[in-house]
Design a protein around this ligand. Structure first.
Ligand code: SF4
Ligand code: SF4
Length: 129
């Protein structure tokens, strides 16, 4: 399967040209991909692609992909500063009202509201060093 974002006829032609001399993957290449997929699925990584489909309808203007990336990068000083900078102009993780609109738009089926609770616990209660 190939997923390619296109928003013009020119981009579509370019993509079709790329597939003109298509050579399928070998069995060894397929096995490598399957192994890589298994490793990714078994890791605790959140499969967010930062497509921002989820943020378009969020009534609280929560920067969901940016907050999700924080969850994966840990809670160091840099992450805390980044969080509070974002929260000045956007909703905080704890502002989520669990309307679940974001989850209905997420192509990766990420449990956004659950992750926002974790993020809120880690960052919203921060009282300083
Ligand atoms: S569930 Fe939370 S993050 Fe998702 S759209 Fe609603 S308010 Fe925004
Ligand atoms: S819709 Fe899903 S994959 Fe896209 S940015 Fe939001 S959480 Fe990430």
């Amino acid at each position: 399967m190939v997923l390619s974002g296109m928003n013009s006829l020119e981009q579509m032609r370019d993509n079709l040209l790329f597939m003109k001399d298509f050579v399928p993957m070998t069995e060894a290449e397929k096995a490598t991909c399957a192994k890589a997929a298994m490793i990714i699925q078994q890791s605790s990584m959140i499969p967010c692609t930062a497509c921002h489909y989820c943020t378009e309808t969020c009534p609280k203007h929560i920067p969901i992909p940016e907050y999700l990336s924080l969850l994966q990068e840990g809670h160091s000083t840099t992450q805390i500063v980044y969080y509070f900078n974002l929260a000045q102009t956007h909703g905080r993780a704890g502002d989520c009202i669990e309307c679940h609109q974001c989850e209905r738009h997420c192509p990766q089926h990420i449990k956004i509201t659950d992750h926002l609770k974790e993020i809120s616990q880690a960052f919203d209660g921060f009282k300083g060093w």
